[in-house]
Design a protein around this ligand. Sequence first.
Ligand code: AMP
Ligand code: TRP
Length: 329
Amino acid sequence: MPRVLSCIQPTGSVHLGNYLGALVNWVSGQHDGNVYHGIVDLHALTVTESPQVLGNQTIELAAMLFAVGLDPNVATVFVQSHIHEHSELAWIMECTVSFGELSRMTQFKDKSAKREGEFISAGLFTYPALQAADILLYDADEVPVGEDQRQHIEITRDIAVRFNHRFGDTFVLPKAVHPKAGARVMDLQDPTSKMSKSATTDSGIIYMLDDNATIDKKFKRAVTDSDGVVIYDREKKPGVANLLDILAAATNTPVETLATKYTQYGPLKNDAGDAVVALLDPIRTRYHELMNDRGELARLLSIGNDRAREVAAQTLGRAHQAIGLLPRI
Ligand code: AMP
Ligand code: TRP
């Protein structure tokens, strides 16, 4: 079984797009590989300055990952900052990558340009070295990422090749793979844009923690069009198509079957809202149960942390040995 690593930053609230587009596949895929899911809080630190925020966001994300169905006895869910080997290997990675290579990273160029006039941490620049450490520590064969992260996986390969060449075979070369395509969920108020936490208003976004009445209201107010006919056409009728896509994903029904069932927008909006409520209600209940039982949540997280630590410690040891650092005294 391939070893697969996915990482997610604990920033912002998880929404229906993240769930139907990615998390459902994490859950269904947990038995198909030896999967590791890191909550990468140290990466979020590159742009976080407020005290006491990151820890809460980390525990909330962990609770959500368990609530949606990741089983800590199957998938290894861990917190990056709890495994000190990430920071330690990151330094070695920084010494294996060049200034020029890091300067070519488009994510750094974009993010630093957006922060013009603000504080730009050196961490934002060396971020790919930490990401390389995340990946190489677990001997990951596959890293499912979107287009925006491909360059970071390429640089990780380059670093691994260079290290192996300099010091001897130590790291497994990872490859970027396309995550299994989930549903693409569009903003309910602006159905030509992806549902995204960076939207200007919350009214088109279904958050995992929205209560049932709020979900219902957001679906009722979803933007459609003035034709009044239910046809699945993403180009010409993005609002209606989005409702059909969401309903299809939430009920596991082909979109073509659903399109023929409706003649009016009202019932389609109602049913899409009801289906999402039925889908999210038990997840939200489980989430709150876990958040109210911090002992249990810590226990679940420590299962993954312990497993991750064991693998990471071995890999870091291998790297130290390959370099020939003086063994610990
Ligand atoms: P982000 O937090 O935006 O980086 O997204 C995390 C994951 O959720 C990525 O794998 C995205 O592909 C997925 N995702 C985010 N927004 C959507 C969306 N509106 N529809 C489908 N998938 C999404
Ligand atoms: N940089 C990734 C992002 O912004 C998050 C990430 C950190 C990551 N470490 C990783 C992704 C390791 C894959 C593997 O989404």
